[in-house]
Design a protein around this ligand. Structure first.
Ligand SMILES: [Zn+2]
Length: 64
């Protein structure tokens, strides 16, 4: 798996998540962590390469 991800959110691969704003007042992007022990967990981060250090676990609206 390639751990690099683009800044664009791929709406097809994720269920719906709450839209969050980062510290830059931009819509936070959703990323997947590839590091243990939380591999596969989804989190928000700044769309500008963490310019504002925004980081928060994603809260899935409907997760199976
Ligand atoms: Zn930001």
């Amino acid at each position: 798996m390639d751990s690099s991800s683009s800044t664009s959110t791929n709406a097809d691969s994720f269920p719906r998540y709450v839209v969050k704003l980062c510290g830059c007042n931009d819509q936070a992007v959703i990323r997947v962590t590839n590091s243990e022990p939380n591999r596969g967990r989804i989190y928000y981060s700044c769309p500008k390469n963490r310019k504002c250090d925004m980081w928060e676990w994603c809260m899935p609206i409907n997760r199976r």
